[in-house]
Design a protein around this ligand. Structure first.
Ligand SMILES: N[C@@H](CCC(=O)N[C@@H](CS)C(=O)NCC(=O)O)C(=O)O
Length: 202
């Protein structure tokens, strides 16, 4: 497998997954810059010039969640996905998809409004709305983590998705001190050796 990667991006989720599963992979490291991501070469892999993209033989697939599912189903489950009849399966699906559906949209806006846009084009109102929305979206995650180490109890693919998003939200200062379960969760995620490897990869 070959992972098309840029630092400080969702491509870290796939490094994290492949490291957790101890699967062999190659990395195509690109800069998080239009010169690499919007090149004709990368647009041929992803029409919007985004990461992650995974190549596996004749298969080329994008969307981090789809890639996680693809690897778990086609390569190795490693106990990271509960069976369909497992009582935790519905929650696994819920948190897996809550990541891109509910948490990442405000994270994206915050990154755009604080990092990507030049200061004279930033919009304080849009930033404030996104920060409030993110804090609201994280509250049910904090609640679900009461008495649990990971989202469905045991570590799973849902953590690869939403755990990564929570780590990013914490970095952006949107995990409040009152969200004690979530704070502890982010610390547990960040302490995993496979996660460290993914985050430190530049
Ligand atoms: N929903 C997609 C989002 C992909 C995405 O937006 N990736 C960002 C990095 S986290 C990107 O490549 N941004 C570059 C750009 O927008 O130019 C996924 O989960 O893979």
């Amino acid at each position: 497998m070959k992972l098309h990667f840029a630092p400080n991006s969702r491509a870290g989720r796939i490094v994290w997954l492949l490291e957790e599963l101890e699967l062999p992979y190659e990395i195509n490291k690109m800069a998080f810059h239009p010169s690499d991501l919007k090149s004709d070469e990368h647009r041929a892999r992803h029409p919007l010039g985004r990461v992650p993209v995974l190549d596996d033989g004749d298969v080329s697939i994008y969307e981090s969640g789809a890639i996680v599912e693809y690897v778990l189903e086609r390569h190795k489950n490693g106990g990271l996905k509960p069976a369909v009849d497992d009582p935790m399966f519905p929650e696994y699906l819920q948190w897996f998809h809550y990541c891109e559906g509910m948490v990442m949209p405000p994270v994206n806006t915050i990154v755009v409004q604080t990092v990507l846009l030049p200061p004279d084009r930033r919009d304080e109102t849009a930033l404030g709305q996104a920060q409030r929305l993110l804090t609201k979206a994280l509250a049910p995650v904090d609640e679900a983590l009461e008495g649990r180490e990971y989202l469905i109890g045991d570590f799973s693919g849902a953590d690869i998705m939403l755990g990564h998003a929570c780590f990013m939200a914490n970095r952006l200062g949107c995990v409040t001190d009152e969200m004690t379960n979530l704070k502890g969760y982010v610390e547990r995620v960040a302490a995993r050796p496979a996660f460290k490897k993914a985050i430190e990869m530049q």
